[in-house]
Design a protein around this ligand. Structure first.
Ligand code: PEP
Ligand code: MG
Length: 493
């Protein structure tokens, strides 16, 4: 093969043979793909001078791009973060939890790189553009220079944004926004406190469960949650109950399903296993002794009865923990209880839900997935997953209006709330609380400080008449450019 070194060329040829064998009709011949692979690996091992049986494991290089068939959230959590400068996942998409985690870590990631054998990328110098999804292997001087320019522009923009970090999040026509952070995806690399935030709008509790070989004990959870609640005791901290399932599996609690995103996920699983739910709630409550900043949020709510059942269990846990609080002479406050709005069914049950919860929080990631019937993790249909789809925008708008009418506080905590165009549209819809990863917070504040709410409303009025997400994106980008926020357009893609 032209342009590739011997090991890479060999690997490409072997892989094409493997594909050929795998597509054969005869089962015996299909099986021979394994032999080809084995033989290929032996020759390859000889060429690169290692024993075929020796696993290729070594200390990551100082500046490593992690490349895998499918990069998972756990892989990212386990990788030495100080050495991680980029991520390439051959499968998966930009909306997976691994991608959300990469954004939270501020590491560029390209998800869903079709038809590229990993061997082609191993040990190569790679330029990676997380905004455009470009991956350039062994770049020449001109391209390097272009990337240096882009990095410099990004740095200048970021300095400008940071120069306004202490100013309030208020639009030019005095609409005040509350900005919160999402945390929990990577406990070490991502700080859940942010001096410029109004609190934590979404703490995802899954990763501490995924990183272990067994369920964390109540005491282990108490210690973790206590540290978090105490870190900023005067700010609200919203903890979400366990939302495993979908693309967040627990190795020690395997779930085998045809359609995991339509399956046993979030509240469905924890209501079927109240012991898991009760331990977690008790841990949250015990962690909140003498504090009053805990809010509890329930994921994947589809029916009002799930909320009633969850509230019954929360009350049970509260009664149990209350005794302990009395014995210890510490204060225990009943937390506010809210639900994620992320399954389309709840759009039609807001008045009923409003009667039994203290707040709503819109999970635009799943709302987009379920409204559009597009698996958020499937690279093949990733092009169809778009929160700018008119149906998604209409749903978001309707939630804002109805929540306002019902006087239920509402936050948006999906990725849209941290994206430049999304912020403008959400402000226009009437949302006043946005929760995003900590890296995006100052950028979002800068956007808010540079727009007029009434101009955002005019933009919204225009985009709701459009039929294609692409047209919406063009209008929104044009708005950002004419508002002097053009530098963020690239970053919003
Ligand atoms: C969402 O669905 O928008 C959300 C915030 O939750 P998660 O991404 O963890 O499913
Ligand atoms: Mg969700």
């Amino acid at each position: 093969k032209k342009g590739w070194d011997a090991p890479t060329s060999l690997k490409m040829v072997i892989e094409s043979f493997i594909r050929q064998f795998q597509s054969m009709n005869d089962a015996y011949m299909r099986e021979r793909a394994v032999d080809i692979e084995d033989m290929g690996n032996r020759v390859l091992a000889n060429i690169i001078g290692i024993s075929a049986n020796e696993p290729i494991s070594r200390e990551p290089h100082e500046q490593t791009i992690l490349i895998a068939e499918e990069v998972t959230a756990v892989m990212l959590a386990e990788f030495p973060s100080e050495k991680l400068v980029g991520i390439i996942s051959i499968r998966g998409s930009n909306n997976s939890h691994a991608a959300i985690m990469a954004r939270a870590m501020g590491v560029p990631a390209v998800m869903g790189l079709d038809n590229v054998p990993i061997a082609m990328l191993r040990d190569k110098e790679i330029l990676l553009d997380g905004y455009t999804g470009d991956v350039i292997v062994s770049p020449n001087g001109t391209i390097r220079h272009e990337f240096d320019q882009l990095i410099l522009e990004e740095k200048l923009l970021s300095e400008r944004i940071h120069s306004e970090d202490t100013l309030p999040a208020v639009t030019k026509d005095n609409c005040t926004m509350s900005l919160l952070v999402n945390s929990g995806l990577s406990l070490e690399t991502e700080v859940s406190t942010n001096p410029y935030s109004d609190g934590v709008g979404l703490f995802r509790t899954e990763i501490p469960f995924m990183m272990r070989q067994r369920f964390p004990t109540e005491q282990e959870q108490v210690e973790l949650y206590k540290g978090l609640l105490e870190s900023e005791p005067n700010k609200q901290f919203t903890m979400r109950t366990l939302d495993v399932g979908g693309d967040k599996p627990l190795a020690y609690f395997p779930i085998v399903e045809e359609n995991p995103f339509l399956g046993w996920r979030g509240i469905r699983l924890t209501l079927d296993h109240p012991e898991i739910f009760l331990v977690q709630i008790r841990a949250m409550l015990r962690a909140s002794f003498d504090l009053d900043n805990l809010n509890i949020m329930l994921p994947m709510i589809t029916s009002v009865s799930e909320v009633s059942e969850a509230k019954r269990l929360i009350r049970q846990a509260f009664n149990e923990v209350e005794e302990e609080a009395e014995e210890k002479g510490v204060r225990l406050t009943m937390p506010k209880i809210g639900v994620m709005l992320e399954v389309p069914a709840v759009l039609y049950q807001l008045p009923q839900l409003a009667k039994i919860v203290d707040f709503f929080s819109v999970g635009s990631n799943d709302l987009t997935q379920y409204l559009l019937a597009v698996d958020r993790n499937n690279a093949r249909v990733a092009g169809l997953y778009d929160s700018y789809h008119p149906a998604v925008l209409s749903a978001l708008h309707s939630i804002a209006k109805t929540s306002g009418f019902l006087q239920v506080p509402v936050t948006v905590c999906g990725e849209l709330a941290g994206e430049p165009g999304g912020v403008v549209l959400l402000v226009a819809m009437g949302y006043r609380k946005l929760s995003m990863n900590t890296h995006n917070l100052l950028k979002v504040k800068w956007i808010i400080r540079n727009i007029y709410q009434n101009e955002a409303e005019q933009l919204l009025a225009k985009v709701v008449t459009l039929n294609n997400p692409g047209d919406v994106r063009s209008e929104v980008n044009l708005f950002l450019e004419t508002t002097g926020l053009g530098g963020l357009v690239r970053a919003g893609n």
